[in-house]
Design a protein around this ligand. Structure first.
Ligand code: NDP
Length: 329
């Protein structure tokens, strides 16, 4: 076993997704069976007791890989020495809340967390934002961490990607391992675009065998609205699948995805005409510890219109957080 534990900070540790993620991280699902972990949990005062309960249960698992668990309400302390950060806690939209109010409230969370990461995290820090609106919360954190390379801030669209694979595999009656080449573009919101243009089912182009009306209609709606479907069916929001996707994202980022690409929300470098700087979902591979956007995919008119619709929503959020002074103008 590696002598030095890796420090992992998770915010919103008293919530549902935190509960579904922490035990898997402590058991080795993120960094493997030879790497010990030091967990630093951040909560707001109202969530502190729930996080303390989680820490008691973590102790009761006697995980061989778990070095320690500490709980904080101060982000500066929580991110001290962190090389992996899961930003899960966020301010949910409540009835009657305008978008500006939601962004303002989240700016009050992700701005200070970005500054704390800038000042206290390890130089190797990798950040994934799960708390919604995830893309724009990642943008806010990134702009508040000027000393950290922007590409170290990402947001979760792996859940949408995994949903897109699962739903397609079910429709095609094949195992998920037979599905390849799916991309989720844009925002983690109802405007996201799960794109089958380059997807294959058992190495054959998916669009050659699927009903085009389903592939470019019902399928897109089904993936984008899967969260609502789960709330309606299960009676509460998806937590285990969200935690699983966040772990998939971070594990692949650290360990690499040499063959298949996945979907990752990261600051745009201008690829595919998506304006530089906004945090959008792209097809990406992890190579030597960095996400690389897959280049050269042909984008037809149908896809172009859907990508633009989602990117326009991200631009509106970007302009709104600029106008609110949450990121530099
Ligand atoms: P969850 O753990 O279920 O969700 C946390 C965040 O993840 C929410 O913003 C949620 O967005 C988002 N999310 C992203 N993808 C998904 C998905 N597929 N399914 C469900 N949620 C998704 O929320 P809880 O209310 O159980 O817990 C949140 C915890 O965060 C609380 O304990 C609270 O005290 C804490 N918190 C901590 C903060 C901090 O550490 N500074 C700041 C704010 C809150 P959505 O709301 O859109 O579902």
């Amino acid at each position: 076993m590696s002598a030095q534990p890796v420090t992992i900070t998770l915010t919103g540790a008293g919530g549902q997704i935190g509960y579904a993620a922490l035990f898997r991280i402590a058991s080795g699902a993120l960094l493997g069976s030879q790497q010990s972990v030091r967990l630093r949990l951040l909560e707001v005062p109202q969530g502190l007791q729930a996080a303390e309960g989680v820490a008691l249960e973590l102790t009761d698992c006697a995980f061989p890989l778990l070095h320690s668990v500490d709980i904080f309400t101060d982000p500066n302390a929580a991110f001290e020495g962190a090389s992996v950060a899961f930003l899960v806690g966020a301010r949910p939209r409540t009835a009657g809340m305008e978008r500006a109010d939601l962004l303002q409230a989240n700016g009050g969370i992700f701005g200070p967390q970005g500054r704390a990461i800038n000042d206290h995290a390890d130089d190797n820090i990798r950040v994934i934002v799960v708390g919604n609106p995830a893309n724009t919360n990642a943008l806010i954190a990134q702009h508040n961490a000027p000393d950290v390379p922007p590409e170290r801030f990402t947001a979760l669209t792996r859940l949408d990607h995994n949903r897109a694979i699962g739903i397609l595999a079910q429709e095609a009656r094949v195992h998920v391992s037979e599905i390849n080449g799916i991309t989720v573009w844009g925002n983690h919101s109802a405007t996201q675009y799960p794109d089958l243009s380059h997807a294959t089912i058992s190495n054959a182009p998916a669009l050659d065998t699927l009903d085009p009306l389903w592939a470019r209609g019902e399928y897109i709606r089904r993936v984008a609205q899967r969260g609502a479907e789960i709330i309606n069916t299960r009676g509460s929001s998806s937590a285990a699948s969200a935690a699983n996707a966040a772990i998939d994202h971070m594990r692949d980022w650290i360990s690499g995805t040499p063959q298949r690409w996945t979907s990752v929300a990261l600051p745009s470098d201008g690829s595919y005409g998506i304006p530089e700087g906004i945090v959008s979902s792209f097809p990406a591979r992890s190579v030597d510890g960095s996400w690389k956007i897959v280049q050269g995919l042909t984008i037809d008119l149908f896809s172009r219109e859907r990508i633009e619709a989602s990117v326009n929503e991200l631009l509106e959020e970007h302009n709104a957080v600029k106008a609110l002074g949450l990121i530099p103008a």
